[in-house]
Design a protein around this ligand. Structure first.
Ligand code: PLP
Length: 362
């Protein structure tokens, strides 16, 4: 933990600030603990560079704003986390950046909207909370014909399940708050990119705008990385079993999980993801969402995902409240939709808890 650094002489400080010698300057620019987190994230991802941020939204916003300017156009799939949707729908237009929010699962839409004015394409896959899968490889090919940068929000998959850079993406963003910490302790984020993008666009922007992570939080996330792989294994096996349980439950209208064969993008999910992830979304019959949630005992009502503990969320009134009724209609987020983040508990305990809450609806 530190903010500043001590130099042995005025000449040393001068040389370091001029970039003539290596070393730390100030913790908004860099810090040894943060560097260790960044190096390990980059190794995990297979990216040349990483910049760690204070939150996932700081990563998302910095990755965009470090190179976009007035007059640029962005194309994004409209199935997005509420705050990301708000950035595209409300904030970027204020700076004269035009955003096209499109149906990301339809490749023809990408072909229609990406053109020579497009500077950036943004994909969230799987999407929060509707678990839509966008073809990273196909969209990257279209975007690169026009030299547009492809940014992937890989938060739901984590670096363990999906490697967007190997599929053609230029930049990958994470919320460390989710699977990377995985234990509800710390906010954090990361931007993964090429060295060129980092040096030319990202570094000058983040150094002077200050989205940096605290060294203490970076240390927590470092501990998280050590168990990420085995936690993801258990998250995914529990989530798949819960999906199979929900699909045959008479109180459930629709179950959405990328590795269920009834998922509309099942083949694509299998192609670009190693496993289906920790999140299962479903719709409950008779608009009984609150009743169901209030009767769960093991699942906590919380809007995070990727935690060791199982969590339940009502997206329409929490994570996606900000996008309004119209926005939710477009994204197919209905009032009877429930998002489950499946933790690492014993699968029988989880199913028993769900079963018991469903019984209250009968
Ligand atoms: C898909 C997605 N992107 C971005 C974020 C933002 O991350 P953070 O909450 O760490 O800012 C979230 C958080 O819920 C998310 O689910």
């Amino acid at each position: 933990m530190n903010s500043g650094y001590v130099f042995q002489s005025a000449e040393e400080a001068k040389a370091r600030f001029a970039g003539e010698t290596e070393g730390y300057l100030y913790s908004r620019y860099g810090n040894p603990t943060v560097s260790m987190f960044e190096d390990r994230m980059a190794l995990n991802e297979g990216s040349e560079a990483c910049f760690a941020t204070a939150s996932g939204m700081a990563a998302m916003f910095s990755a965009l704003m470090c190179f976009l300017k007035t007059g640029d156009e962005v194309v994004a799939s409209w199935s997005l986390f509420g705050s990301c949707y708000h950035v595209f729908d409300q904030i970027l237009p204020r700076y004269g950046i035009k955003t096209h929010l499109i149906e990301g699962t339809n490749i023809e839409e990408w072909k229609k909207y990406i053109n020579k004015n497009t500077k950036c394409v943004f994909i969230e896959t799987p999407s929060n909370p509707t678990m839509e899968i966008v073809d990273i490889e196909a969209v990257s090919k279209i975007a690169h014909q026009y030299e547009a940068k492809v940014i992937v929000d890989n938060i739901f998959a984590s670096p363990v399940l999906q490697k967007p850079i190997s599929l053609g993406a230029d930049i990958v963003i994470y919320s460390g708050t989710k699977h990377i910490d995985g234990q509800g302790r710390s906010m954090g984020g990361a931007i993964m990119s090429s060295k060129k993008f980092y040096e030319e666009s990202l570094k000058p922007f983040v150094r002077h705008t200050g989205p940096s992570i605290s060294p203490f939080n970076a240390w927590i996330l470092l501990k998280g990385i050590e168990t990420l792989d085995i936690r993801m294994e258990k998250h995914c096996s529990n989530a798949l079993q819960i999906s199979n349980y929900l699909i045959s439950n008479k109180n459930v209208e629709k179950t959405i999980y990328p590795f269920l064969t009834n998922h509309p993008n099942y083949e694509l999910a299998k192609k670009q993801m190693l496993k289906g992830g920790s999140v299962v979304t479903f719709t409950v019959k008779n608009n009984n969402a609150f009743n169901f949630m209030n009767n769960l005992k093991l699942f906590d009502i919380s809007n995070n995902i990727g935690d060791t503990k199982s969590l339940v969320t009502h997206p329409a009134t929490t994570t996606h409240r900000v996008i309004g009724e119209e926005g939710r209609k477009k994204l197919n987020i209905t009032d009877n939709m429930i998002r489950l983040s499946i933790g690492l508990e014993d699968i029988n305990d989880l199913i028993e808890d769900l079963d018991s809450a469903f019984k209250h609806l009968e």
